[in-house]
Design a protein around this ligand. Structure first.
Ligand code: FUL
Length: 495
């Protein structure tokens, strides 16, 4: 019989070998996530980056921005309505979703709702047999564009608005839209609420208590019980939050987190929404909405006030480039078509973006970092320049800062910088600096705060052969998924 000491050593050695083999072949896992992280649906939504808004209703025919609610359905008669034109233009412009005003504040319904007579059913369009929402949904599906719907909580037509019965009506409509039109990616809840209106002929002013009237928690739970994947937008989220202004601008410091408990839909602090809250307990995707024209609805006298491609680029860099999603409104005209001018501007805007971001001048260049999570190759700094959003570099345990350096080889000209964090683990970085080696000398070119899903920076064109990314402050181990250098001046020059 062997004595314990005789067999202990070989057993320990082989156990150690086996453990070594297993741990080498085991996946190294991921960095531990922050407490507040996005859901997979929020992540997917953020990755869409650019989506479109379609404001279309009786206002298009009355030349108003807010209908009073007494408009006759008889005026709704687009002569060349073509949802395929909307969806194809949107897809070509790079919009991944379109949101249609199924019902704006005037209460007119673009679908033949079973719960009201105030709809397309009583319009001359297709002799009352049409369904704009239905045609819109089919066109979006044909062009691979996701569907969102705007259902205004305020209804200036409905006799019961302001009473408990209206909430039942409102929820019935929501149920109808979520049951009859397939997958709805987003529902948009606007903050405008209460005031004067037609209200079934009462022609009076009605106010509601924003905090209690819509029983938002129950209403939103009802939506999720019908379609668990539908994302809800309002001032307060819960999934997507308003950026706090209608110019489409996020603040330079923009956290995806906020505290929603004290926010009342329609009564939020705009500055708070504009930059989020590093201490926020709820993840929200910051949504930056604006219109290509001064109005949300089409007005012929604004045909010469369509934003230029350069103005749209400004909005893009201040929304998508500041950790937001851009929601750009294109209002159809009385024909029911996007106006030629808007289409032309959108095409040029897309062309410039595509040319600008066609070539990442840092792609595949050697990158070194002074710290790396568990020194495992899965977290190598080369992940920053591999054009893969899922791979990432992470600093070592307990690190709250890091220095990375990219060797560009020959000096290159650039004027745009892109940084991305792997936000599935939460938003972490709160201060960074970028330095460049120009003619052998290091200069500081950017000092920034948050990064989030995507940060784009515009700088005067420079020529450099090395880049340093200094992460100066982070609420957890810092990580980056992508880094890019681009040259926009090339696109502007049309080369
Ligand atoms: C606002 C509304 O009152 C406007 O009419 C428009 O729909 C805009 C997107 O939201 O609050």
């Amino acid at each position: 019989m062997k004595r314990y000491t005789e067999w202990k050593l070989p057993v320990l050695v082989s156990a150690g070998l086996a453990f070594g083999l297993i741990s080498c072949s085991l996946s190294p896992g991921d960095i531990p996530p922050n407490d507040v992280v996005p859901t997979p649906e929020q992540l997917e939504y953020q990755r869409m980056e650019f989506i479109g808004f379609v404001h279309f209703t009786v206002n298009t025919f009355t030349d108003k921005e807010w209908g009073f609610g007494d408009e006759s359905p008889g005026i709704f008669d687009p002569t060349e309505f073509d949802a395929d034109q909307w969806a194809s233009v949107a897809a070509e412009a790079g919009m991944k979703e379109l949101i249609l005003t199924a019902k704006h504040h005037d209460g007119f319904c673009l679908w033949p709702s079973r719960f009201t007579e105030h709809s397309v059913r009583h319009s001359p369009w297709k002799e009352g047999s049409g369904d704009i929402v239905g045609d819109f949904v089919s066109a979006c599906r044909r062009y691979g564009v996701k569907v969102g719907l705007y259902l205004s909580p305020w209804d200036r037509n409905h006799a019961d608005y302001g009473r408990p019965e209206y909430l039942e009506y409102y929820r019935n409509q929501m149920r109808e839209l979520l049951s009859d039109y397939g997958e709805i990616t987003e529902l948009w809840f606007d903050g405008a609420n209460g005031g004067s209106g037609y209200y079934g002929g009462a022609n009076e002013t009605r106010w509601i208590d924003r905090e209690t009237y819509y029983e938002w928690q129950e209403t939103w739970a009802m939506v999720k019980s019908l379609q668990s994947g539908t994302l809800l937008f309002s001032d307060a989220g819960p999934d997507i939050r308003w950026i706090g202004n209608e110019r489409g601008y996020a603040a330079e410091t923009n956290w995806s987190m906020i505290n929603t408990d004290k926010i009342v839909v329609g009564g939020a602090d705009h500055a708070y929404l504009n930059s989020g809250d590093p201490e926020g307990r709820k993840w929200t995707v910051p949504l930056c909405n604006t219109s290509i024209r001064p109005g949300w609805f089409y007005h012929a006298d604004q045909d010469d006030q369509v934003k230029s491609p350069q103005e749209l680029l400004n909005v893009y860099y201040r929304s998508v480039g500041r950790n937001g999603v851009l929601l750009l409104n294109i209002p159809p005209d009385q024909r029911g078509l996007f106006h030629e001018r808007d289409v032309e501007v959108l095409r040029e805007f897309r062309r410039i973006l595509d040319e600008t971001f066609a070539e990442n001048l840092a792609a595949s260049k050697p990158v070194v970092a002074d710290t790396q999570w568990r020194r495992h190759p899965k977290f190598a700094p080369s992940n920053l320049v591999d054009d893969d959003l899922d791979s990432y570099w992470a600093a070592g345990e307990n690190a709250r800062g890091a220095n990375l350096e990219i060797d560009l080889g020959d000096a290159v000209f650039f004027d745009r910088i892109m940084l991305q964090e792997p936000i599935r683990f939460g938003q972490r970085i709160s201060e960074f600096e970028i330095q460049a080696r120009v003619n052998g000398e290091w200069i500081s070119i950017v000092h920034g705060t948050t990064i989030g899903y995507k940060r784009l920076l515009r700088i005067p064109e420079i020529e450099a052969d090395r880049i340093r990314i200094l992460i100066l402050e982070s609420n957890n181990v810092p990580a980056l998924s992508n880094f890019g250098l681009f040259r926009a001046s090339k696109a502007k020059m049309g080369q």
